[in-house]
Structures are given as structure tokens and as C-alpha cells.
Design a binder for this molecule. Structure first.
Ligand SMILES: Cc1cc2nc3c(=O)[nH]c(=O)nc-3n(C[C@H](O)[C@H](O)[C@H](O)COP(=O)(O)OP(=O)(O)OC[C@H]3O[C@@H](n4cnc5c(N)ncnc54)[C@H](O)[C@@H]3O)c2cc1C
Length: 465
């Protein structure tokens, strides 16, 4: 059945103005909608943003949120507060029929409905590329969403709590072994920050010393952090190894059944925590649309961010940017070079896309997107980092400071910037927050147990369930 909620029914009545449907409210979705609204009022363009989450997640801050340096709520930007004058629909796009100019939205509760549009902006981002490794889907957790960062933090601190009260050496070893797969940005920053947090937390445990914990990172290629180049990647590798983090290069995870890790280098060990950051792929919803896609499932665009088919013909009314799009990087001068899946491109593409839609609607010619990579910053834990800005390499506390300053500047809204600054200042004075709120994952457990007259077992297996 097809029906529309009150907000879109209202929007239907004002159909004289062109309707721009933005699929996804992440970097691209949020900044595109903001840019169009900045230049066009409600009477000139109706904007509808669809996302199952009511906020945009600032992903570069996820490792710090997981490590307790920033309050998780402060790394998300709420749609309804930021996107004034825009219709926000909480739901998942489940199908797109561009030929008919309509998208099917499935809300969290209730039946699916269709929304029609004049222009669509595909901003659906990427999802974890989960390989068919036995036990991975059952035992692993990704690291792209704020919920995952919170769960990981609770998992690590909970395991430390439980291990400290256990005499069984095997169970203890398993609980204190933390496995990460993937040596790109997300994996390295996550293990760097989490290990730093766990090490700091050891001070509060009489029976856990840093050397009792085992942090393992498995990477299939010969290096980590390819984004910062060989020299800084090598420096990061050395720093992390010096801290006792085991980094297995040229190694694959072959199995994770029942938490028993089997690596391609012959190593086998038990680990209750498995974090999967080994790559992403374009949102699969795109493949379930009539838009042309490339071999990796991304929407192909011109430098103008207009969608094109395999023959290079513009698909009228369709625009795309960010991690789900294959956008030519014309700044390099190299044919076939595409923009990387980074926030740096996503934000700039979004603003450009917004401007191009405004140009298109007002009869002006659209222009090409071009941005030369400014560099890269990565944190490896408190006061530790690497950065490469305009070809100049930085390492240690200065690089870490640059990482914080850059992301603080890039975080949307003054409100969030101020809150993050306060979090950092508080953590500096009082140390970071190291309490695990494991019951967040099962808040009704104690109440249900009380109702059933049985004993509650709080914080049991918070992540895997
Ligand atoms: C841990 C981590 C650290 C990172 N650090 C950096 C960094 O330091 N520097 C850097 O440049 N980049 C970094 N990145 C990459 C950067 O975050 C991405 O390139 C950027 O988020 C891409 O923006 P996007 O809008 O394409 O996708 P996203 O920001 O992921 O937005 C996609 C949106 O689509 C929504 N969505 C998904 N499915 C549906 C659906 N079916 N219907 C409707 N909506 C849907 C999602 O909820 C989400 O809001 C990092 C990424 C991660 C995971």
C-alpha cells in the first residue's frame, strides 16, 4: 500500500515548487540541504531529507567518542535542529525508481510509502564490506556509527570489569584480548584510542596490568594507514608496536567462530571482541534502483555531480556525491582518477552540489567540482598522531593537536564545537570518563528479571547480543 505521512502530504499540496529529495542525511545529505536552503527559500524549492537516523554522525570523532574523550551525543548533529525549513523523514529508502521519479521510504514503524520528486540527491554513503568469514557476522561489530562506538567502549570496559573478578585464566585471557581487522583510518584510529583508554583504565584495577591485555590488529596488505603515505604509515606502525599492539601485516582473518580467531599466519587465539573495519562498499540500496552504477556499486557522476550512464549521458534530475558516488577527481589532471571516500571531499562536494542544483533551477550553467587534497590527519591516542599537510609531515603531539583542531573546525554547528571543546577541557582536568554503562544495551533486563522473580545478570555480553 502507498500512503504519505502528514508532513509529506502537506508538501504534496505545495507541489508547484520543485521538490528536491535528499537520500541520506550524513555529510553529503546535510550539507547539500543546508547549501540549497541558504540560497533558496521554501517558496523556491522544497527539500525533503530521508534518513533512518535523526542526526548526522561526524565519523572522524568516533574513535575519541569510543575512548571517552568526547561525549557521544556531541559528535552527532541533529537534523531537525540544523535543517530548519526542510522536511525531515525518519525512515529508510528501500527502493528508488528514478524513471517514475519516486522513492519508497520504509519508516521505523508503519507501512512503506512513496515520495515523488523533481530532483534526487543520492547521498547514501557506504556500509561495511563484511566478508563471508565464518563467525564474523555473529561475533563482529563495525565502526561507522555512534551506536557502534558506544557499544565498543562499553564492551571493552565491561570485559575489563568482568575479567578483574574472574579466576579462570583462559576466560580472563579471552576477555582481555581485543581484535581489530583493517589497518586503514578507522581501524588504526580505533585501536589507537581504545588501547590508550584501556591502558588508562588499568590504573583503576588492582588485578589488571597493561601487559595482561592483548590488542591485535590484522591487516591484509603490507602497510597501515595508506592515506598518509609510506613514511608516516611506517612511523604509526612503529609507535603502535612500541605500545605493545600486535600488528599482523599481510595477514587475513580466516575464521572467528565462537570467538576463536584463526589467522592466515597460523596464529589462533580466543577473543571476545572483534571489530571489523576492513573496508566499505557503496550502500546496496543503490543497486536496487534504476540508476546506472559502476562495477563497485557506486553511482557514476560527471565532475558537475550529475549522474551519468555508461555512455556518459546525463541522467536528468539525478545528482550524487560522497562515499556512494564515483566522482572524477579533475584536480589531479589524471584521466579516470576518482575522489577518495573522505569527509574532506564529501563536505565540499555537498556544497558544490547544492550550488549546482540552485544554478540548474535558476537557469545558470552548472560548474565542475575540483578540490586538491589538503592533506590528512590521524590520531593514534591521546597526544599521539600523524599528519601530512600540503606535503609536509608531522608526527607526535603536534600532529595530534592538528588532528583535533582540524576536526573541531569541520564539526557542524557552533553548539557542537563548544560542547566538544568543553569535553576535552574537562577530560584534561579530571581525566577522561572511564565508566562502562553496559546496561545501556539491555536497560529493561533488571525490570524483566524482577517481574519474573529471577536474578538479574547485568552487563552480560553487551555487544554480541
Ligand atoms: C571511523 C571513521 C573515521 C573517519 N575519519 C575520517 C577522517 O579523519 N578524515 C576524512 O576525511 N574522512 C574520514 N572518514 C570518512 C568520512 O567519514 C566519510 O567519507 C564520509 O562520512 C562520507 O560522507 P557521506 O555523506 O557519503 O556518507 P555518510 O556520512 O556515511 O552518510 C550516509 C547517510 O546515509 C544514511 N543512510 C544509510 N542507508 C540509508 C537508507 N537506506 N535510507 C536513507 N538513509 C540511509 C546513513 O544513516 C547516513 O546518515 C572516517 C570514517 C570513519 C568510519
Amino acid at each position: 500500500m502507498t500512503h504519505a505521512p502528514a508532513s509529506s502530504a502537506r508538501a504534496e499540496r505545495t507541489r508547484k515548487v520543485p521538490r528536491i529529495l535528499v537520500l541520506g542525511g550524513g555529510y553529503v545529505g546535510l550539507f547539500t540541504a543546508l547549501q540549497i536552503r541558504k540560497r533558496m527559500g521554501r517558496r523556491e524549492a522544497a527539500i525533503v531529507v530521508v534518513d533512518p537516523r535523526s542526526y548526522m554522525t561526524y565519523q572522524p570523532f568516533l574513535p575519541e567518542a569510543a575512548a571517552g574523550s568526547i561525549e557521544p551525543r556531541h559528535v552527532v548533529a541533529p537534523h531537525r535542529r540544523l535543517l530548519r525549513g526542510t522536511t525531515v523523514l525518519s525512515g529508510r529508502v528501500t527502493h528508488l525508481d528514478h524513471g517514475e521519479r519516486k522513492a519508497t521510504i520504509t519508516p521505523v514503524e508503519g507501512e512503506s510509502y512513496d515520495v515523488s520528486y523533481d530532483h534526487v540527491v543520492v547521498a547514501l554513503g557506504a556500509v561495511a564490506r563484511v566478508l563471508p568469514i565464518p563467525g564474523l557476522a555473529e561475533n563482529g561489530i563495525g565502526f561507522k556509527q555512534i551506536e557502534e562506538a558506544i557499544a565498543l567502549r562499553n564492551q571493552v570496559l565491561n570485559k575489563m570489569d568482568v575479567a578483574a573478578s574472574t579466576w579462570d585464566p583462559d576466560a580472563r585471557r579471552r576477555m582481555l584480548t581485543f581484535t581489530f581487522v583493517g589497518g586503514g583510518f578507522a581501524g588504526i584510529e580505533a585501536i589507537g584510542e581504545i588501547e590508550d583508554m584501556a591502558r588508562a583504565a588499568c590504573k583503576d584495577f588492582d588485578s589488571i596490568r597493561p601487559e595482561d591485555m592483548r590488542f591485535v590488529l590484522i591487516e591484509g596488505t603490507r602497510r597501515i594507514l595508506p592515506e598518509v603515505g609510506d613514511e608516516l604509515g611506517g612511523y604509526a606502525l612503529e609507535q603502535l608496536r612500541r605500545r605493545g599492539i600486535e600488528i599482523k601485516l599481510n595477514t587475513f582473518l580466516n575464521s572467528a567462530e565462537d570467538g576463536h580467531m584463526v589467522c592466515s599466519d597460523g596464529d589462533e587465539f580466543d577473543s571476545d571482541t572483534l571489530v571489523w573495519t576492513a573496508g566499505v562498499k557503496a550502500n546496496p540500496v543503490i543497486a536496487d534502483s534504476d540508476l546506472p552504477i559502476d562495477s563497485q556499486g557506486r553511482v557514476r557522476t560527471l565532475p558537475t555531480l550529475q549522474v551519468v550512464d555508461a555512455d556518459g549521458e546525463i541522467v536528468e534530475g539525478a545528482w550524487a556525491a560522497g562515499d556512494c558516488a564515483a566522482v572524477p577527481d579533475i584536480s589531479t589532471g589524471e584521466v579516470d582518477k576518482l575522489c577518495g571516500p573522505t569527509a574532506q571531499h564529501a563536505v565540499r562536494q555537498a556544497r558544490h552540489l547544492g550550488d549546482n542544483i540552485v544554478r540548474f533551477l535558476t537557469g545558470e550553467p552548472v560548474t565542475d567540482y575540483s578540490h586538491k587534497n589538503m592533506g590528512t590527519v590521524a590520531s593514534l591516542g591521546l597526544y599521539k598522531g600523524v599528519a601530512q599537510i600540503q606535503g609536509i609531515k608531522f608526527r607526535g603531539p603536534l600532529a595530534w593537536f592538528m588532528h583535533r583542531t582540524y576536526h573541531m573546525w569541520a564539526m557542524p554547528s557552533l553548539n557542537r564545537k563548544a560542547r566538544i571543546l568543553l569535553d576535552w577541557t574537562t577530560a584534561l582536568v579530571f581525566d577522561r570518563e572511564l565508566v562502562a554503562l553496559g546496561s545501556l544495551q539491555s536497560p529493561r533486563e533488571a525490570f524483566i528479571a524482577a517481574a519474573a522473580g529471577r536474578v538479574s545478570r547485568p552487563n552480560k555480553e553487551p555487544v554480541q547480543k
